[in-house]
Design a protein around this ligand. Structure first.
Ligand code: IVH
Length: 659
């Protein structure tokens, strides 16, 4: 029996899932990503699997799909259109495969692995070789008659050989290229763009006017055939191809072991970007149809097949704690400690909350269920709080009055969002400053990250970052988990960075408000470290791209004796390469901000190209930005550019400019 708490959780999950489903299927409003909704359903399913007494007939896990629309003629499916159970990890997949093997211990049980198309399921019935009628899945038993619409789809044959009577099942999709073209048209006409190709495919099929369906150029991939008598699922796919249907083709294969399936899965993940339409996983079925039938149905899904889904880019989890991190500039950053969850193929257990305002904006309490994603596909962040799942035990969070590391009071300047630890000797600031110094865009010391620096600090091998240039192999090798080889590698990496461009050196110092771009601007304008040290506020402030805040930060930094000493010590080991005067190029005077991913090059390569041509890459969009280059999945900079009316370039236009 489930405990009262688990029962309450399950009930809240049911209600929330139902609310989102209603919004989506009935009101056509998307209030949560498919992936986050899947994650909630998955949590509910797991609870129900563990405590079957939680299952009620109205649970979302018991339903196949939404209500049919009123206007369409209804068609009853000859064989129920089932759904698939989802698994999200090798472990969950293994559990499924082991269960099957236990029930069917046959030595040569084989699996068929194919693509899971992310579209809309269709059933197409041929009678005596002629397309007779076609229906959507509907609720699994009764679907909508979309025969006229199906007939506009070029990849659906109107007749099949040998006058056969069969039912073909498969997925209607819209290719990425068509989807983008349709959205471009919408934009041109000033109409709303479609959120994703699956919704568009579904919407396009459920059109009373087949002309509209035709204009959307839908595609169809077949994956199942009923009433045809093949012994193996793989043979059914061959038969489908022979009848003139498209299938997953080279992405389908027979696998004999779990390991083969895992490697096939990984290969598909890798090639996903190259596939010209959306897929959201692979489907693995028992290849022998007799065994498949014997395995039967559990709930709404066949036991003999499973959807091995790709790791989602969004998921749901619980915020267990909020801790405070003290950065190198003394900034206090709240960080959410999450119940570990897999997103985009990695396990995530913390997400930055940026600052107190962000916690307020999200309305986040400790203990809340949340939707988590990875901003720009990398940094975990909390997208939304699911307050409907609260139990009443959640706790409000308050920023601490004292630095959690050194205990000194914290301060917040008027108009700023961040709290600061003002203690310049705060050990946390010191440590973070060192992590920054060795990081990729600063000294980029291979193999020397926070973990190793912590070990060095904890063993008293270094006091400040300049000490790493004095370490010897014999100092490092005796440390726990090190050895001669790793000691040698670290020393080698340190030696490799003894010559460094001025801009990287400035960036590595970690002054407040001096990011990579500002460091490059300072280096190019001033040309040497001595000039930077000697520059006064007015000189700095009148430089292009340098404002009062940055100028003040530089002056303050050089006033501190500890910083002066650090520079003296560093210069004993390091040779700074001063920049050559930049020759003017065709982009001189133009600032570029990049957001989202480009196909042809990485963001760093794009910035380097802009610089080569005399232009200035920048991180923040302002009225003075000349161009914002927008790649795929752009961030908030895109919206800001639109708001400020800054000229927006897509990848093609950008490439033309930097050619
Ligand atoms: S087999 C027994 N194979 O996924 C159910 N389904 O969640 C038959 N789907 O409703 C499904 N690609 O719309 C199967 N290669 C594939 C698929 C596939 C996509 C969809 C289908 C189904 C849903 C199950």
């Amino acid at each position: 029996m489930a405990t009262k708490e688990v029962k309450e959780r399950a009930e809240k999950l049911k209600a929330l899932i139902d609310k989102y489903r209603y919004a989506y299927h009935v009101l056509n409003k998307s209030e949560i990503s498919d992936e986050a909704l899947d994650s909630l359903k998955h949590e509910l399913k797991k609870l129900e699997d563990e405590f079957p007494d939680l299952i009620t007939p109205d649970s979302p896990t018991q339903r196949v799909s939404g209500k049919p629309l009123k206007e369409f003629k209804k068609i009853k499916h000859s064989v129920k259109m089932l759904s698939l159970e989802d698994v999200f990890s090798e472990e969950e997949f293994s559990d499924w495969a082991d269960r099957i093997k236990k029930i069917e211990p046959s030595a040569n049980l084989k699996f068929y692995s194919e693509l899971k198309f992310d579209g809309l399921a269709l059933s197409i019935v041929y009678e005596d070789g002629v397309l007779s009628y076609a229906a959507t899945r509907g609720d699994g038993q009764i679907g909508e008659d979309v025969t006229q619409n199906i007939k506009t789809m070029e990849s659906v044959p109107l007749g099949i050989p040998k006058k056969r009577t069969v039912e073909v099942r498969g997925e209607a999709i819209i290719t990425n290229k068509n989807f983008e073209a349709i959205n471009r048209e919408q934009k041109k006409k000033g109409l709303k763009e479609y959120a994703n190709s699956r919704n568009l495919a579904a919407g396009s099929l459920r059109q009373l006017d087949p002309k509209i369906t035709a204009s959307r150029k839908l595609d169809f991939f077949a994956y199942d055939i009923i009433g045809s008598g093949e012994k193996l699922h793989s043979e059914e796919h061959e038969a489908l191809r022979a009848m003139g249907f498209k299938t997953g083709g080279s992405y389908e294969r027979i696998c004999e072991t779990k390991e083969e399936i895992f490697s096939h899965y990984k290969k598909t993940v890798k090639e996903r970007e190259k596939i010209p339409y959306r897929i959201d996983g692979i489907v693995v079925s028992v290849n022998d149809n007799r065994i498949f039938r014997r395995l039967g149905v559990v709930g709404k899904a066949p036991r003999g097949a499973v959807a091995f889904k790709f790791s989602p880019k969004e998921s749901t989890t619980i915020v267990e704690k909020i801790i405070i991190q003290v950065g190198r500039t003394g900034t206090l950053t709240p960080v959410a400690i999450l119940r570990p969850v897999e997103i985009g193929g990695v396990t995530v257990s913390r997400a930055t909350l940026h600052n107190e305002d962000e916690i307020k904006r999200l309305g986040l309490k400790v203990g809340d269920s949340v939707v988590v994603g990875r901003a720009g596909d990398v940094i975990p962040d909390i997208i939304k709080v699911l307050s409907a799942l609260r139990t009443g035990k959640e706790k409000n969070f308050h920023m601490p009055k004292n630095c959690p590391v050194c205990g000194k009071l914290v301060e917040k300047s008027v108009g700023m969002v961040n709290w600061f630890c003002v203690n310049k000797n705060c050990p946390a600031r010191h440590r973070e400053g060192m992590y920054h110094f060795v990081s990729r865009k600063a000294f980029n010391i291979d193999g020397l990250g926070p973990k190793i620096l912590n070990a060095f600090l904890d063993h008293g091998l270094i006091q400040d970052i300049s000490d790493i240039f004095e370490l010897k192999e014999g100092d490092i090798a005796p440390l726990e988990r090190f050895g001669e080889k790793s000691a040698e590698n670290i020393i080698k990496s340190v030696n490799n960075v003894k010559k460094i461009p001025l801009s990287r050196f400035i960036y590595a110092l970690g002054m407040l408000h001096i990011g990579e771009e500002t460091a490059i601007d300072l280096a190019n304008e001033l040309g040497s470290l001595t000039k930077l040290e000697k520059a006064n506020f007015e000189e700095l402030n009148k430089m292009p791209n340098i404002g009062e805040v940055v100028a003040k930060s530089i002056i303050d930094w050089f006033k501190d004796d500890r910083n002066k000493n650090l520079i003296t010590k560093l210069l004993k080991h390091i040779e700074i390469i001063n920049p050559k005067k930049r020759a003017p190029g065709k982009l001189t005077g133009k600032t570029f901000v990049l957001t989202g991913e480009l196909e042809a090059m990485s963001r760093d390569e794009a910035k380097a190209r802009v610089r080569e041509l005399g232009g200035d890459p920048s991180e923040t969009v302002s009225k003075n930005t000349d161009y914002v280059v927008v790649g795929s999945s752009p961030g908030s900079k895109y919206a800001r550019a639109q708001k400020l009316g800054v000229k927006i370039l897509d990848e093609k236009e950008f490439l033309k400019k930097v050619k």
